[in-house]
Ligand binder design. Structure first.
Ligand SMILES: [Zn+2]
Length: 100
């Protein structure tokens, strides 16, 4: 789970989840109210993860020969699982780091 870099308190899953859904800009720490930002590494990792997920979905569809409905359901399931896992990997920073 993400840890505030100002007060070193852990954020709850729901708070981290909301943060993931709203990726740009700052979010106030629920404990100390200090603005926190998602680190560059976290953003890079989620971009890599999205790429990997697309690859897995496309690959599975080719290998397993899914129907159009099967593909849609499978892609949705993989996306949901990824979104559920993502908040646990978020790391926070006191400063907004440029992506590149
Ligand atoms: Zn804090």
């Amino acid at each position: 789970m993400p840890v505030c870099q100002n007060c070193h308190q852990k954020w709850s899953y729901s708070k981290a989840f909301k943060r993931i859904m709203w990726f740009n800009g700052a979010m106030e720490c629920p404990h100390c109210g200090e603005k926190q930002y998602v680190t560059k590494n976290t953003r890079k990792r989620s971009a890599t993860l999205s790429g990997l997920i697309s690859f897995i979905v496309i690959f599975s569809v080719i290998i397993l020969d899914f129907s159009l409905t099967g593909t849609a359901i499978f892609a949705a399931l993989v996306a949901i699982i990824a979104i559920m896992i993502m908040p646990a990997g978020v790391r926070l920073s006191n400063n907004d780091e440029p992506l590149w």
